[in-house]
Each structure stands twice: as structure tokens, then as C-alpha cells.
Design a protein around this ligand. Structure first.
Ligand SMILES: CC(C)(COP(=O)(O)OP(=O)(O)OC[C@H]1O[C@@H](n2cnc3c(N)ncnc32)[C@H](O)[C@@H]1OP(=O)(O)O)[C@@H](O)C(=O)NCCC(=O)NCCS
Length: 182
């Protein structure tokens, strides 16, 4: 992948994350409440946010995935991100992850972003399977995965580690054929 695949929806622009987004990213990924079930510890400082930007840029450079900055049209800064990563081109599968600043929850914005992102992934990345690992107590994320047609496949025992302890995670996946059927 070379040119960044910008995507536009009714209310959002999904675009490349750059170092100029580090401060906005820190306010989201540094929020301990929001990050409770996300799968990693809250970011401690600006330097960590810049490192996260570099990680996202690297996915794109190495062709292992894409992370989009989610920007609300008419809003000056990034309000979240979503991505397709751990891309296995041979097996035509990858993993998704997403997060949205608390102020913007409950408006269907991430659902709008993921709908467009998945459409792009199935078509442009030739995916057959998109996986998500979700903490059993992460109710908003479970609802979102259900709404998008992801199927629950089982429990991955102690698959995650953050906050100083291991966490069980629910394995979800959306297959191309399920996606086409809905
Ligand atoms: C997961 C996360 C992105 C979900 O955000 P969200 O805003 O709840 O998700 P959605 O975009 O699907 O919005 C859902 C709500 O918007 C409402 N909605 C849907 N479409 C809408 C629309 N077009 N207009 C207005 N409201 C709408 C729905 O009724 C739903 O409300 P409900 O939850 O009361 O039923 C958010 O909780 C988050 O960032 N969590 C922290 C990070 C995280 O854990 N990520 C996942 C790791 S696996």
C-alpha cells in the first residue's frame, strides 16, 4: 500500500494519522476510563502518543494494515481512530480495532466509520475475514460488533494483558459471505 486511502462518509472523514494528531490522540488514548477495556494501558505522555502515530504510519509503510484518523466534518481535530491490521494477505484476513473520544459516543459515529472501513477492506484488501477480540465487559464494543454482523466464536482465555493482569477476550469475526448477505 502506498497512497493513503482516504474515505468520506456522510458525517466523517477517515484520513491518515500524522504527528500533528499526537495531542488529540493523547487526549483519547490517555483517558483511563475510555481505555479500561481497550486492550492496552492509557498513554502516559505526548512522546508515547507520537510513538503510536509512528506505529500507525509504519503499518501503512510495511503493508501490514491501515489506521484511519476519524474526523467529524467541521470539527478541527481527530475524534478517534479505526483500523485494519495484522493483515495476512495469504489467508485474506485481518484484525480490527477502534476507539472514539467519550464526548462523541452514542451517535452512531463509529458504526458509520466501521461500515465504510469494512466495505473498503473487503473490496480493496480482498479480505475474507475480519477479526475482533473484545473484552466481555466492553458492552458498547460488543453491541457495535453485533450491529455490524460480527459473529461470536468463542472465548480466548487470558489472551490479553494490560492493567497489570491477564484478560479473557471474546473472539468475534465477520466473514465476507456474512457481510455480503447483510
Ligand atoms: C466502542 C465504541 C467506539 C462504541 O462507541 P458508540 O458511540 O457507543 O458506538 P456506535 O457508533 O455504534 O453508536 C451506538 C449508539 O449510537 C446510536 N446511533 C446509531 N446510529 C445513529 C445515528 N445515525 N444517529 C444517532 N445515533 C445513532 C445507537 O442507537 C447506539 O446507541 P445505544 O448504544 O444507546 O444503543 C466506544 O465505546 C469506545 O471508543 N470505547 C473505548 C475503546 C474501545 O473499547 N474500543 C474497542 C476495543 S475492542
Amino acid at each position: 500500500m502506498t497512497d493513503f486511502p482516504k474515505i468520506e462518509t456522510q458525517r466523517l472523514v477517515l484520513r491518515e494519522v500524522t504527528t500533528e494528531d499526537a495531542t488529540a490522540l493523547l487526549s483519547i488514548h490517555g483517558d483511563p476510563d475510555l481505555m479500561k477495556w481497550f486492550g492496552s494501558d492509557p498513554l502516559p505522555d505526548q512522546q508515547a502518543a507520537e510513538k503510536l502515530v509512528a506505529t500507525f504510519v509504519d503499518w501503512q509503510r510495511t503493508g501490514t494494515g491501515t489506521r484511519w484518523g476519524v474526523q467529524l466534518k467541521g470539527h478541527p481535530s481527530l475524534i478517534g481512530t479505526c483500523g485494519l491490521f495484522r493483515w495476512d494477505q495469504r489467508w485474506k484476513r485481518c484484525t480490527t480495532g477502534y476507539e472514539l473520544a467519550q464526548n462523541f459516543h452514542g451517535q452512531g459515529l463509529m458504526r458509520e466509520a466501521l461500515t465504510a472501513m469494512l466495505h473498503w477492506g473487503f473490496r480493496e484488501m480482498n479480505l475474507n475475514r475480519v477479526e475482533a477480540q473484545i473484552h466481555p465487559q466492553n458492552t458498547p464494543s460488543l453491541k457495535l460488533a453485533d450491529a455490524l454482523g460480527f459473529q461470536r466464536e468463542g472465548l480466548l482465555r487470558e489472551a490479553g494483558y494490560w492493567g497489570g493482569r491477564h484478560h479473557d477476550l471474546l473472539q468475534y469475526a465477520l466473514l465476507l459471505r456474512d457481510y455480503v448477505a447483510t
